[in-house]
Write a protein that binds this ligand. Structure first.
Ligand code: IPE
Ligand code: IPE
Ligand code: MG
Length: 249
């Protein structure tokens, strides 16, 4: 096996997804069709998130869940929507922290977190430390996240190590780059679900999704149900992951 293949999993056997990533999209359209404020759509979306976490815990083969909650590009939305989303995040963290912990969930936050308000940064850090030794589902919430920015940050970290004499350029492999991303210590997603009907990544997990299976659904995020999760998992289990190798005999 050549060095380029080292980061690729050995087995292509169809299995249940251990790591699911979700682009939770469609809150605005859900609100539009009901003639309610976008904020109502976002807050309904956060309710669906609670249900989703229960569904994942009830399907213990799911070990990791990565959720796209707010992109770096979402900062360019009108100021009142950004403020509403930040307030929703504040309330969510404060209301859910104890339950997340009771449910043995380990919470991680990925993104350019230093761009968030100081009180939110403190809340994220307190939820992270509260839950860091939990052994159940690991949830990575992507907030102020952009995959290209994440890669740029990783390059900076690597260059600083080279500057300090802790790394030589020839030692940089794909695994070394992975280890400097915000998602270090988390395996790549097996299945990525996007709700809301658009079929694109919108700057989410570009590096990590090299061999991820994609599942797009028209369902708007606030309408997403446990049955929709099962449909995505069922579709995944029908796929054959070859990782560039030949079809299994
Ligand atoms: C996803 O819903 C939530 C965030 C991006 C924060 P949208 O707000 O993008 O909803 P649509 O795509 O406009 O329906
Ligand atoms: C992606 O949705 C970001 C999140 C769901 C958090 P967007 O609604 O921001 O993506 P685009 O603009 O349609 O690509
Ligand atoms: Mg959208």
């Amino acid at each position: 096996m050549g060095p380029a293949a080292q980061a690729i999993p050995a087995s292509s056997a169809p299995a249940l997804p251990q790591h699911i990533a979700i682009i939770m999209d469609g809150n605005g359209r859900w609100a539009d069709t009901r003639k309610v404020t976008r904020m109502r759509g976002h807050s309904q979306g956060s309710e669906v998130l609670r249900t989703l976490l229960d569904s994942c815990r009830a399907r213990p083969f799911i070990r990791y869940l990565t959720l796209y909650a707010f992109s770096l590009e979402n900062w360019n939305r009108p100021a009142d929507e950004v403020e509403d989303l930040m307030n929703l995040l504040r309330h969510y963290l404060r209301r859910e922290a104890a339950t997340l912990h009771e449910n043995n969930i380990r919470m991680q936050f990925i993104g350019e977190l230093e761009t968030l308000a100081p009180d939110i940064q403190r809340d994220l850090e307190s939820v992270r430390t509260l839950t860091q030794n939990n052994t159940g589902l690991t949830v990575s919430m992507a907030i102020s996240y952009g995959s290209r920015q994440e890669m740029a940050t990783a390059m900076k970290r690597i260059c600083k190590k080279i500057e300090a004499g802790a790394l030589v350029p020839d030692a940089i492999t794909a695994d070394v780059i992975s280890a400097h991303l915000h998602t270090a210590n988390t395996p790549d997603p097996d299945l990525l679900i996007r709700t809301g009907g658009d079929e694109r990544l919108s700057n989410f997990l570009l590096w990590q999704s090299a061999y991820t299976e994609f599942y797009f659904t028209e369902k708007l995020w606030p309408d997403f149900t446990p049955a929709d999760l099962d449909a995505a998992i069922e579709c995944y289990s029908q796929r054959e992951r070859r990782f560039g190798k030949r079809k299994e005999a």
